[in-house]
Design a protein around this ligand. Structure first.
Ligand code: ATP
Length: 239
């Protein structure tokens, strides 16, 4: 579904942050991407989503293909239209807008069936339906994460990139988010999940990658990574 080959990213023309990253996300799977702070995970997601330029970043080598279509030269709206959706770090919702207005914005690239798309999101997140007329800025952190995910889903992505959806949320809410990611995947959306919470991510992923200093240093089935002592020592304590 998504293939990244030998990707290099530079910020401000000088700082090399991704040093030849290759990975693939097969159709129908959940793939976890782990790594310490600063390893380059967010940078990779920005590169995949066409959002590097607003951070003064640039792809200097390599390619990204979505179903064999090279998308690394596309701008962000074209990448969404090609079927790649993302939920950015920090779950940015339009805080002055209502829940429903946020979902409408998410669906602007949809060719029709907006009301139906929003209903599907409400099925997945009943709490958003209850809060449909509320201003997004007043939602709890967990609800804002759900809204950010819902907004991406209204566009009907084939693959969804999630940047640390569990960050700063209480364990009970993390468990809910985890179940929802599984449901989204079961409904046919492929998922690339960036997480610090390795236990959560690896427990639902089929495959995992670990990044360090802008490179992939491990690439294994999720179950093997869960059994790996180094991974356990480094990440699972925080789970
Ligand atoms: P985190 O979990 O903290 O988000 P990460 O693995 O997602 O970490 P990135 O945010 O991709 O890592 O950052 C990778 C490196 O790129 C860091 O050294 C960071 O300081 C640098 N970096 C990120 N954004 C920029 C930018 N706009 N300009 C210059 N350097 C940047």
């Amino acid at each position: 579904m998504l293939t990244v080959k030998n990707l290099e990213v530079v910020y401000n023309d000088v700082i090399l942050v991704l040093r030849g990253v290759s990975l693939s996300v097969p159709e129908g799977q959940i793939v976890a991407l782990l790594g310490a702070n600063g390893a380059g995970k967010t940078t990779l997601l920005r590169a995949l989503s066409g959002l590097l330029d607003i951070h003064d970043g640039e792809i200097t080598k390599g390619e990204v293909r979505l179903r064999d279509q090279p998308i690394h030269t596309f701008d962000a709206p074209k990448i969404v239209a090609a079927g790649l959706g993302q939920v950015l770090e920090g779950r940015r919702v339009f805080s002055e807008f209502t829940v429903e207005e946020n979902l409408r914005v998410g669906g602007h690239t949809r060719r029709g069936g907006l009301a139906e798309g929003i209903e599907e999101v409400y099925e997945l997140f009943p709490v958003l339906k209850e809060r449909r007329k509320n201003t997004a800025g007043y939602l709890s952190g967990g609800e804002q994460q759900m809204l950010a995910m819902g907004r991406a889903l209204v566009a009907q992505p084939e693959i969804l990139l999630l940047d640390e959806p569990s960050l700063g949320l209480a364990p009970r809410i993390v468990a809910q988010i985890k179940d929802i990611i599984v449901q989204i995947n079961e409904r046919g959306t492929t998922v690339l999940l960036v997480e610090q919470n390795a236990t959560m991510a690896l427990s639902i992923a089929q495959h995992g990658y670990v990044m360090e200093h802008g490179k992939v240093v491990m690439d294994k089935p999720a179950a093997e990574l869960l059994d790996d002592e180094d991974i356990r020592d480094f990440y699972l304590g925080r789970g």
